[in-house]
Write a protein that binds this ligand. Structure first.
Ligand code: HEM
Length: 511
């Protein structure tokens, strides 16, 4: 079981391997797209200190690692420890046994029936955002509209949404520039994880060898990265403490928000399997992070694509108008989840944007035991063999290139790198089924797949319909958006990186 016969790019540094190259590449996916063309969807690259990292975008391999194998491919120490810095001991940073316990208690809050009750909140919040943008446009632009950075306000709106549906709390991030949580979150990942220096990469590569007592001190390191995470966690815990006390006091009986369901679910669990208070607080920090910026970024990329493809934007607007007519004919106030699901082109556009812009571009796992990784696309080894399985030694890191899988020509066709929502309406194509949604890896797959994917899709549908009914979006001339990798994929304007995350769009009001 050696990976030495697997091909891969030449190693630029014995000490840093490909790690620095990958973490400093100009745009998400640039190197991986090139490597797939050269070596096929599975290749070998080096981590720090010469560690073998098996990269794959192969559908069968991904499904095997993330879905079929259960917990046999675990999260890596570095990923867990970094996640702990901003979510504490929540579901995202747990290992196998604990994870099962967390997931069981959280599942009831994410069922389809529960989700339906959130739709009015999504729609109300989207309408508030519309009004906010209208006010901003009125004060700053001509009758033809004006240019706004959409990413910032979308993030504040989704923060308000998660506050309301998860904790039944009005965070007020959209209206309050000084909102404490929103400020603690602003640029958190950019400040902490973008372009890490060599010392940090080498330091983190040592974490798997440090005892737990030393790892628990990492959060106190005085650099900006660790301080930002520490401040965020502190703010999230403070916000969460009051909420938990409120819910546990029983005054909230019958509440349908995520946290109330979680508290009830926890109380009805056998004492041995309950979540501790710290774990509950960590869940709040986790939901605040995982449940808002992810959806906001995905909506940002969707509006960016629609601004670049005005003909598709119009198609969506027409579809919304037809659905609106049906809603009015039955004397309803607003769309139901079924109305939103029936907008076929709109949903195809949502899927296409999630495909091209997965905001978690890579995920790492580690083989718990010796194993054989199956491939759907055979690869040629250095010695000239064509193989469809790779024997892998215990401990091998598997790096899933989600952004590459989502653009693999063998899955998506020759135009895989292009925007084409129609691909999701062409049902004749035979496809593998990877991931939890639409054959995409954007929400990951299997037992650790995104618990909130239905939530995110419904929120995207609800917000998109409001915004496309209300505004016309155009992409401004002379602007280029680049996709930076700060753990999450962040959009920035070329030449204006110092201004942080932004997507400026020209917006005019339609109604
Ligand atoms: C478009 C939006 C979203 C995307 C692209 C996304 C993506 C992901 C991905 C890739 C993972 C796996 C992470 C890993 O293995 O380390 C994940 C996990 C998770 N997501 Fe999402 N997510 C989104 C929205 C949401 C929302 C709205 C919520 C909650 C309201 C949420 C809650 C979670 C939680 C709790 C986990 C951990 C699940 C577990 O470990 O069992 N996500 N998400």
């Amino acid at each position: 079981r050696s990976l030495s016969d697997i091909r891969g790019p030449p190693v630029p540094s014995r000490l840093l391997g490909h790690e620095k190259l990958v973490r400093h590449m100009e745009q998400v996916g640039d190197l991986e797209f090139q490597w797939v063309r050269e070596f096929g969807p599975t290749w070998l690259a080096k981590g720090c200190y010469g560690e073998d990292n098996l990269w794959t975008a192969d559908p069968k391999a991904l499904q095997y690692v993330f879905h079929t194998s259960g917990y046999r491919y675990s999260k890596r120490v570095v990923a867990i420890e970094i996640t702990k810095l901003f979510t504490g001991q929540g579901i995202l940073s747990t290992s196998a046994d604990d994870h099962q316990r967390h997931r069981k208690i959280m599942n009831p809050a994410f069922g389809a029936a529960q989700l339906r009750t959130f739709l009015p909140v999504f729609r109300r919040s989207a309408a508030r955002l519309s009004q906010k943008w209208k006010d901003q446009l009125q004060s700053s632009s001509t009758s033809e509209g004006g240019t706004l950075n959409i990413s910032r306000m979308l993030a504040r709106m989704t923060l308000d949404v998660i506050g309301e549906v998860a904790f039944d709390d009005r965070l007020g991030a959209l209206d309050d520039k000084e909102n404490e949580l929103a400020k603690a979150f602003d640029s958190l990942f950019l400040d902490s994880l973008l372009h890490p220096p060599s010392w940090d990469l080498l330091f983190k590569a040592l974490w798997p060898y440090l005892p737990a007592s030393v790892l628990s001190l990492i959060k106190y390191l005085p650099t900006k990265e660790y301080k930002r995470f520490r401040d965020y966690l502190h703010t999230a815990f403070r916000t969460g403490k009051g909420l938990i006390e409120q819910k546990a006091s029983g005054t909230e009986k019958g509440s349908k928000d995520i946290m109330s369901i979680l508290v009830q679910s926890n109380q009805s669990e056998d004492v041995r399997f309950r979540l501790s208070e710290t774990e509950m607080l960590s869940q709040i920090a986790t939901l605040l992070v995982a449940g808002h910026d992810t959806t906001a970024s995905s909506l940002t990329w969707l509006l960016y694509e629609l601004a670049k493809h005005p003909e598709d934007q119009q198609k969506i607007r027409d579809e919304i108008a037809a659905a609106r007519a049906r809603v009015e004919a039955r004397h309803d106030d607003d769309f139901t989840p079924a109305d939103l699901d029936a907008m076929t082109f709109t949903n195809a556009a949502i899927k296409e944007s999630l495909r091209l812009h997965p905001i978690v571009p890579t995920l790492a796992r580690e083989a718990e035991e010796d194993d054989v990784l199956p491939l759907s696309v055979p690869i040629e080894t250095k010695s000239g063999k064509i193989i469809t399985e790779i024997p892998i030694p215990k401990g091998t890191p598997i790096i899933a290139s989600i952004c590459t899988y989502n653009r693999l020509e063998s899955v998506w066709g020759e135009d895989a790198a292009e925007w084409n929502p129609m691909r999701f309406l062409d049902n004749n194509k035979e496809r593998t089924t990877v991931g939890v949604f639409a054959n995409l890896m954007t929400f990951s797959a299997g037992i650790r797949g995104c618990i909130g994917w239905r939530f995110a899709v419904l929120e995207m549908q609800a917000v998109l319909t409001e915004l496309i009914e209300t505004f016309d979006f155009r992409f401004p001339e002379g602007v280029e958006i680049v996709r930076l990798n700060a753990g999450l994929m962040i959009p920035m304007v070329r030449g204006k990186m110092e201004e942080g995350a932004q997507v400026p769009l020209h917006i005019s009001v339609l109604r």
